[in-house]
Design a protein around this ligand. Structure first.
Ligand code: DC
Length: 233
């Protein structure tokens, strides 16, 4: 698609399993912008902490040690055949950061103020030239309060749990019940909304999206229209 010269910043925030990464990635591809998955950055720091013995078996994070190590952690992205890959100190960690081990340790890492400050600064640096689509929890509120387009994806927990459960079944998991997935989704929602540092919060000037009854194609079309309006096309 043709874009005009004025590059903007697009911030997409929302709960886990809301489909925001899928739509953010697709939009970035269509309009030729860079896509940054901010959640992947928190996941990469978590992997570093796990690999350096900074998280105990019962999930306690040594925040002081991790804070002291932040200057040694470099996170970047590189394009791969199957989408973007996350690099941790130059190493491709794209699949490792999606494992259950990282998923179940990332919440306590993401509440450490020094971690958030370092990653927010890095995210802001990625957006310096604008022309970026970034998804996360605090992008429209903390990272880019001046983003030209902010989307808040707000599908109910039941919708997101059903999606996630169907995805697990497609991957061959026949053990996990829908109720277990719903409980996990609701508990992560609670952590995301109630943490002190940058909780998930709708920016006042965000556009709401409840994509419960939308197909992926409809969702992409809706987002593209929002982009055209925001970019003055
Ligand atoms: O979107 P995700 O599941 O990959 O995010 C991983 C974790 O990082 C999740 O616990 C929420 C946290 N996160 C955050 O605190 N701030 C962001 N901007 C993005 C993710």
């Amino acid at each position: 698609m043709e874009t005009n010269d004025k590059k903007i910043i697009i911030a997409i925030d929302g709960f886990s399993s809301s489909g925001k990464s899928t739509m953010a990635k697709e939009l970035a591809k269509q309009i030729g912008y860079r896509y940054i998955d901010s959640g992947a950055m928190y996941r990469a720091v978590t992997l570093y902490a796990l690999e350096h013995g900074m998280i105990s078996d019962n999930g306690i994070v040594d925040a002081a040690a991790l804070t002291a190590a932040l200057d040694d952690i470099d996170i970047d992205f590189k394009p791969g055949a199957d989408g973007q890959h996350t690099l941790l100190n130059g190493r491709d960690v794209e699949s490792e950061i999606r494992t259950l081990r990282v998923s179940s340790n990332v919440s306590p890492v993401a509440v450490i103020p020094a971690v958030r400050h370092a990653l927010v600064a890095k995210q802001q640096a990625f957006g310096k030239g604008r022309g970026i689509v970034m998804d996360g929890r605090d992008i429209g509120t903390t990272v880019f309060p001046d983003a030209e387009l902010k989307i808040y994806v707000n599908a109910p927990a039941e919708t997101r749990a059903r999606r996630r459960w169907l995805e697990l079944r497609e991957k061959g998991d026949t053990e996990t019940t829908y109720e277990q997935v719903l409980e996990n989704v609701m508990s992560r929602d609670h952590i995301d909304m109630t943490r002190e540092e940058s909780p998930l919060r709708r920016a006042d000037d965000a556009v709401d999206l409840d994509n419960s009854d939308m197909t992926i194609a409809q969702q992409n079309e809706w987002l593209l229209n929002q982009f055209r309006k925001a970019a003055g096309m």
